[in-house]
Write a protein that binds this ligand. Structure first.
Ligand code: ATP
Ligand code: MG
Length: 332
């Protein structure tokens, strides 16, 4: 089985529909076909300022949501990044293989640093892509599910793997980008040409998995659509309707074509009302499941501890061979 690694930052109280349909749903499916390592990347989270209490709470909530959507600890190593110290340790070694200019060309850093101002952007934010390389290379990962925004970082990871392997001998598996089928890109409900995102969304454009389902239903019912009447998928002319169809299709596993047929002669109101119901029916039991994980924090922490042990078995072997190759004196 090919090995997959993916991570998500604990930087919101709830994941949103874009996170779920664009990424997390595939985490669940990949368990059937791949050897899967999934982590809540708290080390990445602190590249921007975090309130300690909030970070801790969000880390547990993130793990609880992953479990509730179907990440199965019997089939995946589910862990918190800081529980596996090898991430930070390998990151340091890789930072020493990374050119300053090379890191400086990462466009996500440039964008974020420009927003924060260079005195506020941390060195951690600068080295973030190298930590991501460490995350991937530690597990001898074959395939990394990546969105467009992470492509350049994966390219850096590949360059670092190649450089290390040729300088010190073959140590790392070369990871390949993995374009997952059936990932949906979800747009803001109020501004359906912009990506649904926790940082950029309009107040009513973002559907959070853990918000009151009534609120989500209302957001769906008041989603922006065009002035036409025909329920038809057309990203150019009908961005709002197309987005609703995408969400509807993803949540029900009905095809968009099937939905178009079903809504022939009906209006946008019917589509929204039905989708709101679909969403509520799906998210209500999901929320109950998340709550049950959060009600038993001891059990949740045990699951994460077991995941970390499993991850460390692989990570420590990789780090040991890295340390040996670069000439660190073995600790005896
Ligand atoms: P930020 O605005 O801070 O970048 P975000 O809402 O984009 O936050 P991320 O934490 O960056 O969320 O994304 C986590 C995962 O969810 C990534 O794999 C990302 O590609 C995916 N994702 C985020 N938003 C969407 C979306 N609207 N449609 C599809 N996938 C998405
Ligand atoms: Mg993002």
């Amino acid at each position: 089985r090919l090995r997959v690694l993916s991570g998500i930052q604990p930087t919101a109280d709830s994941f949103h529909l874009g996170n779920y349909l664009g990424a997390l749903r595939q985490w669940v499916r990949l368990q059937d076909t791949h050897d899967t390592f999934y982590c809540v990347v708290d080390l990445h989270a602190i590249t921007v300022e975090q309130d300690p209490k909030v970070l801790l709470e969000r880390t547990r909530r993130s793990a609880a949501q992953l479990l509730a959507i179907g990440v199965d600890p019997a089939r995946s190593a589910l862990f918190v990044q800081s529980h596996v110290p090898e991430h930070a340790q390998l990151s340091w070694v890789l930072e020493c293989q990374t050119g300053f200019g090379e890191a400086g060309r990462m466009t996500q850093f440039k964008d974020k640093a420009a927003k924060q101002g260079s005195d506020h952007a941390s060195v951690g934010l600068f080295t973030y892509p190298v930590l991501m390389a460490a995350d991937i290379l530690l597990y001898q990962t074959n395939a990394v599910p990546v969105g467009e925004d992470q492509r350049q970082h994966l390219e850096l990871t590949r360059n670092l793997a190649q450089r290390f392997n040729s300088r010190f001998g073959k140590t790392f598996v070369m990871p390949e980008p993995f374009i997952v089928k059936d990932t949906a890109k979800i747009y803001d409900l109020q501004e359906p040409t912009a990506k649904m995102s926790k940082s950029a969304a309009t107040a009513n454009g973002l559907v959070e998995l853990l918000e009151d389902p009534k609120r989500s239903a209302k957001k769906i019912r008041s989603a922006v659509t065009d002035t036409g009447r025909e329920v038809r998928f057309d990203r150019e002319e009908k961005a709002g309707v197309s987005n609703l169809l995408t969400i509807y299709s993803a949540l029900t596993d009905r095809t968009v074509a099937d939905l178009e047929t079903a809504y022939e002669g009906k209006g946008y109101g019917d589509l929204k009302k039905d989708l709101a119901e679909v969403l509520v029916d799906w998210v209500t039991p999901l929320q109950e499941s998340v709550q049950s994980y959060l009600d038993d924090v001891a059990e949740l922490d045990r699951i994460l501890a077991a995941g970390a042990r499993q991850a460390r078995e692989v990570a420590s072997a990789t780090l040991a061979s890295v340390y040996e190759r670069i000439g660190f004196l073995p600790a005896s």
